[in-house]
Design a binder for this molecule. Structure first.
Ligand code: SF4
Length: 338
């Protein structure tokens, strides 16, 4: 069975209410967000939503025909499960259009308590193959899965051809090279786990130190990047650090690029993909506005006439202006190593 051409929905990030409104105003079909606790994978200080802010955001989105998905996508800590189950309860009470979950106990909880609330499998579950998607569909009735950023487009197309689960993929923002939800890098260096505390490079451990000729970036004392004066210094993550290995210095795990699939949109729309996710709940309202506007224009142009679709120079310039560490088109979708 070959995948039909389809126009996917645009799923946009919001770390606060102004960003949510910017995403809706810029044409996002969906905004995803998290509550202000460890239940979501962007648990940074100053980010995320209280119950009142989430309600205002959901009302705003619905007023303009957009939807809101709520991420409760970290793993409950033993003895603190209530933080996670009450976040699912709150998402349902506020009228969210879906919950994004990774932990099996939470998927089970949501299925039993809110059977009509859509359940999306978070990228944090790292489901990469048909059998895995089928397991989550059969046991927990997932409607959609967000695929890890380690699959090629051919892998994704093959999955879409077999599964009845809707497929969502990342189309812009930072890359994660790990089997997502399984990364121990941050835990190893800082003691804080991205999988249980929602932090990958927690802010309290990050230090930017100006030296005589360099800007050194450390994570809990470990030097992970050294920048020349005037060089753009992105927020550090360990996987994109510059290290010495086998006598060579460089980005040994992953280049510090942002994903940007503008040129691949026709192929993506022929791959049976239901939704395109923009990464960046930790980014600014300006970032959200720019990336959502560009992606909205590109998706609409490609859906209207895929044969004559061409990436506009202004789109690329606007994306590059807000991307961390420079943008790269294909990202993991075309990497040869796995
Ligand atoms: S450190 Fe890198 S590989 Fe690990 S979770 Fe963060 S982005 Fe992913």
């Amino acid at each position: 069975m070959s995948s039909p051409f389809s126009k996917p929905e645009l799923v946009c990030p919001a770390g606060n209410l102004p960003s949510l409104k910017a995403a809706v105003d810029a044409g996002g079909d969906v905004v995803y967000l998290g509550f202000r606790n460890a239940s979501n994978a962007r648990n940074f200080e100053g980010l995320n939503f209280s119950a009142t802010e989430a309600q205002e955001g959901i009302d705003y989105a619905h007023q303009y025909g957009a939807r809101v998905y709520i991420a409760v996508n970290t793993s409950p800590r033993p003895g603190q499960e209530k933080t996670w189950t009450s976040s699912v309860d709150l998402a349902a009470e506020l009228g969210a259009d879906a919950v994004i979950l990774a932990d099996m106990a939470l998927l089970d909880y949501a299925k039993r308590h809110y059977p009509s609330l859509r359940r999306h499998l978070s990228v944090q579950a790292s489901a990469c193959n048909y059998e895995s998607l089928e397991f989550y569909r059969r046991e927990f009735g997932i409607d959609r899965a967000v695929l890890p950023r380690v699959l090629t487009l051919d892998d994704i197309r093959a999955l879409g051809d077999r599964t009845s689960v809707e497929i969502e993929i990342f189309v812009s923002g930072g890359l994660c090279v790990m089997a997502e939800g399984r990364c121990w890098l941050s835990s190893f260096v800082t003691g804080d786990s991205p999988n249980m505390q929602g932090v990958c490079s927690p802010a309290h451990a990050v230090r930017f130190e100006e030296q005589q000729d360099t800007l050194d970036v450390r994570l809990d004392g470990v030097l992970i990047n050294r920048f020349a004066p005037n060089e753009a210094a992105a927020y550090p993550t360990l996987c994109k650090g510059c290290f010495e290995a086998e006598g060579k210095q460089g980005h040994v795990m992953e280049e510090p690029y942002s994903l940007n699939v503008l040129e691949m949109l026709p192929a993506i729309m022929h791959a049976g993909i239901s939704a395109l996710k923009i990464e960046g709940r930790q980014r600014t309202k300006h970032y959200v506005k720019e990336v959502v506007s560009v992606m909205r224009a590109a998706v609409d142009a490609c859906a209207a006439d895929p044969q004559s679709y061409r990436t506009q120079t202004t789109w690329v310039e606007r994306m590059n202006a807000v991307s961390e560490g420079g943008a790269r088109t294909a990202g993991a979708y075309a990497d040869e190593w796995r």
